[in-house]
Design a protein around this ligand. Structure first.
Ligand code: FNR
Length: 383
């Protein structure tokens, strides 16, 4: 109602409140190379598009005469008391999205302002310690792209633990980069060049591998980073990962129920359903269609995280209804960063939260438990 009253008195929101307009504005604001990197997906981007489209197949049925004057979106995972299930998925080289090159710090400021946790990427342009400090009292997660050099991996994880991150999210699907035509257009890369991967370049174990410090010889340092980028992880590596930290370990990229069961048997503390926003493999099912099977296999034993295709508050609620405990958003917050830095990012998060909250109000669900109990159904099976 505050928004309607403001609109009646002629006040315009600074940034769009709907995803389509936000995306269109961001497309005009971002240089082509940056846009190609952020927006691009694998192959002809069928899976990427399907991720968002498939939410439309799932519907929710409202209930009436329920007191929803107050809604409680709060939840709890990995020792974090959260105001809502929404979180920011890890996005590497986010520095490209903001004018000053500090996209990670801007996302961290948005996290501090909204209480929506950030997952800091290994490939951040800002140091993980600084990113965590900027999140203020909002807890944060650290995402690990596991380097082939085990000492560098151990160093990154122990720095994240020392900095105060609440869990280590190990991304499983990106030991090699997928076939991304928009990135393969080399014209995109001038934008990437200026953005230093500070988590590596400041890392003592990584620096010890170099003949000269990265400040003196950045080309060789980038080469060393690229050579150690992607360790091929197998189930045999779980014990080693476990030995690196006492923090909860979340496995990102799990889509098959059998993998979810195996991950829990191997000691995973969280299962993160994601197809990387369609950036890694084309031709796969939409991520939201794989969530119910994985959630059933997990059966409440550990938190289930989800991302890929979330574009609205109703998508957030549908993901909860289909079994997610925490729901991640990726590209939309990059567009917020590109349009308005920390404030633009916070705006995008607040719109998602407000729509989710209103949906719960009008559908008769005062809590996330009520959302889960209501569930979501395929459009042709409502009875
Ligand atoms: C990503 N993603 C990603 N994932 C990860 O584990 N580490 C990373 O560094 C990155 N980097 C990254 C960069 C960009 C530009 C994008 C768009 C995505 C994947 C990300 O965490 C998430 O899985 C998807 O973005 C979710 O899909 P949507 O919301 O973008 O559709």
């Amino acid at each position: 109602n505050v928004i309607y009253m403001a609109g009646l008195s002629g006040v315009q929101p600074t940034w769009p409140v709907d995803y389509a307009t936000l995306k269109a504005r961001a497309e005009r604001a971002m240089p082509p190379g940056v846009l190609g990197y952020v927006q691009g997906g694998c192959g002809d981007e069928f899976t990427q598009d399907e991720n968002a489209r498939a939410f439309n197949h799932w519907g929710m049925v409202p209930r009436m005469m329920v007191d929803c004057a107050r809604r409680d979106l709060s939840t709890h995972a990995f020792g974090m008391d959260l105001g809502s299930p929404l979180f920011m998925a890890p996005i590497g080289v986010t520095g490209m999205c903001t004018q000053d090159g500090h996209g990670d710090l801007a996302a961290a400021q948005a996290s501090a302002a909204t209480g929506v946790p950030l997952t800091a990427s290994t490939l951040a342009n800002d140091r993980l310690e600084e990113v965590h400090a900027t999140c203020g009292t909002t807890p944060a997660l650290f995402q690990l792209y596991t380097p082939r050099d085990p000492e560098v991996a151990a160093s990154l994880v122990s720095r994240a633990e020392a900095a105060g991150y609440k869990a280590i999210v190990v991304t499983l699907d990106t030991w090699v980069t997928g076939w991304r035509p928009r990135d393969l257009n080399v014209a995109n890369f001038p934008q990437l060049r200026g953005h230093v991967l500070h988590n590596y370049f400041t890392d003592p174990a990584f620096r010890s591998r170099l003949a000269a410090p990265p400040e003196e010889d950045p080309r060789t340092a980038v080469g060393a980073w690229a050579a150690m980028f992607g360790k091929v992880l197998t189930w045999d590596d779980m014990a080693w990962l476990r030995s690196l930290t006492t923090l909860p370990i979340v496995l990102k990229g799990i889509c098959h129920p059998d993998d979810a069961r195996r991950a829990i048997d191997a000691g995973a503390d969280g299962i993160y359903v994601s197809n990387h926003g369609g950036r890694q493999a084309n031709g796969g099912l939409a991520a939201i269609d794989m969530l119910p099977g994985v959630a059933a296999a997990v059966d409440g034993r550990v938190p289930v995280l989800f991302d890929s295709g979330v574009r609205s508050g109703s998508d957030v609620i549908k993901a909860v209804a289909l079994g997610a405990d925490l729901v991640g958003v990726g590209r939309p917050y990059s567009y917020g960063l590109a349009l308005g830095g920390a404030d633009g990012c916070a705006h995008v998060l607040r719109c998602l939260l407000a729509e989710a909250d209103l949906l719960m109000a009008v559908n008769g669900w005062p809590t996330l438990a009520a959302v889960r109990a209501a569930g979501a159904v395929r459009g042709d099976r409502i009875s």
